[in-house]
Ligand binder design. Structure first.
Ligand code: AMP
Length: 121
């Protein structure tokens, strides 16, 4: 899949639209989801142009991978959910209903999140 530079997260990275920033590092950006599904719902994205985890896992540098994983843990600690618990998810492609074609990890916490997955009826 070709990367679409006009996706909403690319626009956030270019500063064309605002975000509610939580953390910025050399290779990653974390900001609050505009439509939170739980008390704390943060998106952590690489600054590089990667469509999804499939793309990132194949093409990214080790520095980018380390930065993104460290950012996920750092954001959880910043939000104070490291002790109570949290869930990290990333949707890739059609079956996962990925909406924004720029890799993002959903970090969810701050309350009991229920079962891991509920399939639509
Ligand atoms: P996904 O279905 O995994 O692609 O999730 C995309 C997520 O991006 C959804 O949870 C949206 O609420 C979120 N989102 C879309 N636009 C924005 C935005 N401008 N700022 C923050 N989050 C956004």
């Amino acid at each position: 899949m070709t990367y679409d530079p006009n996706n909403v997260f690319a626009k956030i990275l270019r500063g064309e639209i605002p975000c509610n920033k939580v953390l910025e590092t050399e290779h990653s950006l974390a900001f609050h989801d505009i439509n939170p599904l739980c008390r704390h719902h943060v998106l952590v994205i690489p600054k590089g142009s990667y469509v999804s985890l499939d793309d990132f896992s194949a093409r990214s540098s080790e520095a980018e991978i380390v930065d993104l994983i460290r950012s996920l843990g750092e954001v959880a600690r910043m939000l104070g959910v490291d002790a109570s618990g949290y869930r990290i998810m990333s949707n890739h492609g059609h079956d996962a209903r990925q909406e924004v074609p720029h890799l993002h990890f959903h970090g969810c916490g701050g309350e009991d999140l229920g079962p891991m997955l509920r399939l639509p009826k």
